[in-house]
Ligand binder design. Sequence first.
Ligand code: PAF
Length: 267
Amino acid sequence: MVMSATASGKKVGVVMTMGALHEGHVSLVEQCTGQVDVTVVTIFVNPTQFLPGEDFEKYPRDLDGDLDSISGLPVDFVFAPTAQEMYGESFSTTIQPPDVGKPLEGSHRPGHYEGVCTVVFKLLQAVPASVAYFGHKDYQQYLVIKKMAADLDLDSKIEVCPTVREPDGLAMSSRNRYLSESERKQALAISAALLAAKKSVADGCDDVDAIAKGIREQLVAAGISKIDYAAVVHAETLEEIASIDESSVALVAAYVGDTRLIDNMAL
Ligand code: PAF
């Protein structure tokens, strides 16, 4: 069906998700439906991007709820394959992520982006879309997928859409469902620390170490002490920088209770 839409010259867009849809996903779907003729949403909790000991088993799965969340939108197809349908019995070919996938998430979750690249490539084989939409909250993922698409000559344009936040600033994430009431409050320190960093930069600070230290200190002050990274790096390469300018981004990955949250802000 999608193939015939493509063949008849219609512009196909895809929003790839792991389900547990929230307003962030809905905004991706809205952006997609506003820009293409045929919108496809994929829902697949991809086992290969979870490391042993991560939350693959408990990751929220609610297909009916997900379908309800997008029922008011002009979505043409939902593709929700099983792991068997995606990988079969003896799957063994994977895609090595590009260099931009090596730091940050890449070093803390080795193998994660290999799983992401492989499943995104395979989903684009099933859904040959001319545009694929991803959220800015998973900023490194967006850079990794964009580079993979360029390096492997994929026909799909990779679009990034703004992070959707709760009114108090918390970046929307399917994993927010794991947070208790008190953890939910604690988690606010992440977006607050990033905002404070942005303000310091706007006020004239260009010191990378001072800004990164400031973020870390605010997290610790809020009781968030297990911090995978609080980094200030180049927004395109994610490489270390000597001083902050308009092409810098701050990224955080930290545990609130047992829940690992990520967020980022352009500085
Ligand atoms: O961002 C996600 O939800 C996933 O990493 C993706 C892109 C759907 C691949 O499984």
